[in-house]
Ligand binder design. Structure first.
Ligand code: SF4
Length: 474
């Protein structure tokens, strides 16, 4: 049943249209002022306090302006004769930016914006999907946004690309179902379960087929000069990504916790655009300044934590800020592990090859869609934890993510064996707060750090000394 209530995209785009109109210096002043007032619904207060925290500095403004432009571009697309193409987060949006007549939207980014910044946190849209009889083991990452499209008169894209086949069944099937119900074209980019050169070649062929189909659908040929200009900007984003990654290695970490979200928020929306570059430059600038000032939000850095897959997005203040106040650095999560490479822009073929490499390396495709998920996920997590000098890894336990749940014990054993660091397994939903309250998550993280991580950091007693210990029997 289609309801008359306002859809997620319509509500978001109304708010962001205002932000898009305001000059950046005004957003930079009004945002922190509103955050300091601490009035209004608690979810909005939390979002403002997280986005405009003093440590995020001036990076919040270009990030929010970038997201506003991305949403408003999609909203105005039809009026400009353009088509909106909805993609999941593991699709490189720079390909869509390279077409003159298309604008990309990303399901999971819209769900995240709703969970963090809309009154009601998007839960009504999840409920709409459930009320239609959708199974409750779907992933809230995309079902919140797609539930809105199915359940009320919301903005609709003109086509959907699904790059989840081969990576995540629930993601792939949900996008396919929505395309079917809305009666719009549905294009696939399937990841072959073959991590050899042969699999990679097949994937490049699949991408070429997809580009041809998009050209027919849009009535526009992908121009070499336009693609080159987008990919040159994407290459600049790649440089900035690695500058930030290098800064994260410093102890204490000068990169604010919420920059993990800003980083992949940029990757999934405006990578390869001027706005994306501006956001990443601001993040690097803020982090360099904090490094020079030896600035850290707590008295000392107590624990360096890498998150194994997703974070929690419905309480920025209770999550990112709270961790910082305890001295727990959030060094990024699995969605930051998309390992960008500079693309050779010398020819059309080299650029499409580079795009295929970028799509292959997107989070979820690279780890969950690998030939051996446990091996690929473990290798990436061990690399991140080791390079960033992490004291521990935390798995959010996102309830629908059966794939990651199925191999998390392997990840725990390997982290313990190879790096000697522990993994905390939480239970929660990254996009729906009803599953586990933030207070419970904070308590579990706190107990884990104090009882396991810090305890492990104490010098170990030798076996001889342990054997000499006198036990008292009662
Ligand atoms: S979080 Fe897990 S279930 Fe959700 S889209 Fe990603 S892989 Fe799929």
């Amino acid at each position: 049943m289609i309801r008359q209530s306002r859809g997620l995209f319509d509500r978001l785009s109304l708010q962001l249209a205002v932000v898009n109109k305001l000059p950046a210096p005004v957003v930079g002043k009004v945002g922190p002022f509103l955050a300091s007032l601490k009035v209004g619904p608690p979810e909005i207060q939390s979002a403002l306090a997280g986005l405009f925290s003093p440590q995020a500095g001036e990076a919040a403004t270009p990030f929010i302006k970038m997201i506003a432009k991305w949403v408003v571009n999609a909203r105005n697309a039809a009026g400009q004769g353009k088509k909106v193409i909805l993609v999941p987060f593991n699709f490189p949006t720079e390909l869509i930016h390279a077409f003159e007549s298309a604008e990309p939207l990303t399901s999971e980014v819209l769900s995240t914006l709703a969970a963090s910044c809309l009154v009601g946190q998007g839960e009504e849209y999840w409920d709409m999907a459930m009320a239609m009889g959708m199974p409750d083991h779907l992933c809230s990452a995309n079902t919140i946004e797609l539930g809105s499209m199915l359940g009320c008169r919301d903005f609709h894209p003109q086509a959907i690309i699904s790059s989840a086949p081969g990576g995540c069944d629930v993601n792939a099937k949900m996008h396919e179902f929505v395309a079917h119900v809305l009666n719009i074209p549905h294009f696939f980019l399937q990841k072959p379960p073959d991590d050899t050169g042969r699999g990679r070649e097949r994937y490049t062929v699949y991408l070429q087929h997809l580009i041809r189909k998009l050209e027919v659908f849009l009535g526009e040929e992908l121009r070499e000069d336009k693609l080159r200009s987008v990919l040159e900007k994407a290459n600049r984003c790649t440089e900035l990504h690695y500058e930030l990654f290098d800064l994260q290695k410093a102890v204490p970490c000068p990169v604010p916790n919420i920059f993990s979200l800003f980083l992949y928020g940029t990757r999934f929306t405006m990578w390869g655009t001027d706005e994306g570059i501006k956001t990443l430059e601001a993040m690097v600038r803020v982090s360099k300044r904090r490094l020079a000032q030896k600035a850290y939000p707590a008295a000392k850095e107590v624990a360096r934590c890498v998150w194994a897959y997703t974070s929690y997005y419905w309480d920025f203040c209770g999550f990112f800020n709270w961790m910082e106040e305890q001295g727990y650095s959030h060094l990024g999560d699995g969605l930051d592990l998309y390992f960008p490479s500079p693309v050779d822009t010398s020819s059309m073929d080299s650029m499409i090859d580079g795009l295929a490499g970028a799509a292959w390396n997107m989070p979820m495709s690279r780890q969950v869609g690998a030939e051996s998920m446990s091996r690929a996920w473990t290798e990436d997590m061990v690399f991140a934890a080791k390079t960033l000098k992490a004291d521990c890894v935390i798995y959010c336990g996102h309830h629908s993510c059966k794939q990651t749940w199925s191999v998390v014990s392997i990840l725990r054993n390997e982290l313990e064996k190879r790096l000697g660091i522990p993994l905390l397994v939480l239970q929660g939903d990254s996009w729906i707060k009803r599953m586990t309250p933030i207070g419970v998550l904070q308590q579990e993280i706190d107990e884990f750090v104090k009882n396991v991580v810090l305890h492990k950091a104490l010098p170990r007693r030798s076996i001889k000394k342990r054997r000499q210990r006198k036990w008292v029997t009662v």
